[in-house]
Design a protein around this ligand. Structure first.
Ligand SMILES: Cc1ncc(COP(=O)(O)O)c(C=O)c1O
Length: 388
């Protein structure tokens, strides 16, 4: 890998094939992927239905200029608006989750004209732009861990809501690895205050969306209806397509503001065909419900391990977004467990230096027996490690 730029950690360079929750390297060794790539292949690697839709669209047309969105794009937009529960809204298709969030941020600034946006300190909103950098001149960062149900009002009093154009809420476990979900009363209070001051609510569903947390979208655990929803990752099941969906009122305000945004692959037919088929496959296979069921089973198994092994601090999660946090220990750490699992053919999430936690975000289409294989392997590694 002489010519691959190292701008993040690279661990293994010989995966050549994928099928559902399995990856295969050049030696033919099988790995069970509990990360779905990077939380993208919710319907499994190389899903045959999605592959077929891509192949068939490849034969028609891949790309069209931004001035020429076709009917496929309109159909995909309707499908996205339907799943996010926005009746008669509008949608645009982009290429990455970061781009979708950044688009939403720009839209809010344009519509409200206010300089600041509110988000949680540990939310991950994207890799670039204002949402990626979260400069304090543009963002008010709230540490929600310090908010208890008795001090919410007190903490919120310190937020200059009159200067804030919107709340960017990431409902997928707050950040890249923590698997900690903010409490609903806090979200209700913030959303109430934001709306009182004419602000907008943008929900970042890049990771939490498409069934990851046991419902179609993470915000549905909070009984709120956002003004703007950013989607990515699972929407393309590994193909780089993202979307921003918004209410008609927000869309009209944005359009009337003279807002201009165009990039080369916006509303491309290949991405739209992919997203449309992904949504159809989700509906037909009841994958949100099935994923939630498997996630509950998985969490119970992780909790059973936590009761058995003192090295585990807590097992927690929602749907198929699960985490296993370890106690401080000189040998048994998330890092050592990650390496031991990799050796045994399991890919799990571990994002040094975020926390002493392993994360599991498998495909919703994973078979139960693979969850049991992982649990058995974890159990065994922990038993052995405890002996020394
Ligand atoms: C919560 C969240 N938002 C946004 C992004 C950015 O998405 P992308 O990597 O597709 O740009 C990520 C990526 O991991 C994410 O986890």
């Amino acid at each position: 890998m002489q010519h691959i730029l190292k701008c993040h950690e690279i661990i293994k360079t010989d995966f050549v094939r994928g099928e559902n929750c399995f990856l295969y390297d050049t030696e033919g060794k099988q790995y069970v992927d509990f990360e779905s790539g990077i939380w993208c292949t919710a319907l499994g690697h190389n899903n045959p239905r999605i592959r077929l839709a891509i192949e068939s669209q490849l034969k028609q047309i891949i790309h069209l200029g931004t001035r020429y969105p076709n009917n496929l794009c309109e159909e995909a937009a309707k499908a996205v608006l339907d799943i996010v529960g926005i009746e008669n809204g509008k949608c645009t298709f982009l290429s990455s989750g970061s781009e979708a969030v950044e688009f939403g941020v720009q839209a809010i600034r344009r519509i409200t004209g206010k300089p600041l946006l509110l988000t949680f300190q540990n939310s991950f909103l994207g890799s670039y732009g204002s949402a990626g950098n979260k400069q304090l001149t543009e963002w008010f960062l709230l540490d929600w861990n310090s908010c208890t149900h008795t001090n919410i009002d007190n903490r919120l009093e310190k937020i200059p809501f009159e200067k804030i154009g919107g709340f960017v809420f990431e409902p997928g476990g707050s950040g890249i690895s923590f698997v900690h979900f903010p409490p609903a009363p806090l979200i209700h209070s913030i959303v109430g205050k934001i709306r009182q001051m004419g602000g907008l609510v943008l929900v970042n569903e890049v990771t939490a969306g498409m069934g990851r947390t046991g419902k179609w979208f993470g915000f549905q655990h909070y009984d709120i209806q956002p003004d703007i929803v950013a989607l990515g990752k699972g929407l393309g099941n590994g193909y780089p397509i993202s979307a921003v969906a918004m209410s008609l009122e927000v869309a009209e305000n944005l359009e009337n503001s003279g807002f201009h945004y165009a990039q080369s692959h916006q509303n491309d037919p290949l991405g739209c065909a992919t997203a449309k088929e992904v949504i159809t496959v989700f509906h037909e296979g009841n994958w949100v419900e099935k994923g939630n069921e498997l996630g509950n089973f998985f969490l119970n198994e992780l909790r059973r391990l936590a009761q058995k092994h003192a090295a585990i601090k807590e097992a927690r999660g929602r749907g198929m977004l699960l985490g296993l946090e370890f106690q401080p220990h000189d040998r048994i750490t998330a890092a050592s467990m990650y390496r031991a699992l990799l050796e045994k053919g399991f890919l799990v999430g571990y994002y040094y230096p975020v926390g002493n936690i392993l994360r599991f975000d498998p495909a919703l289409t994973m078979e139960k027996e693979n969850v049991l294989r992982l649990i058995e392997c974890l159990d065994h590694i922990l038993e052995e490690a405890a002996l020394y």
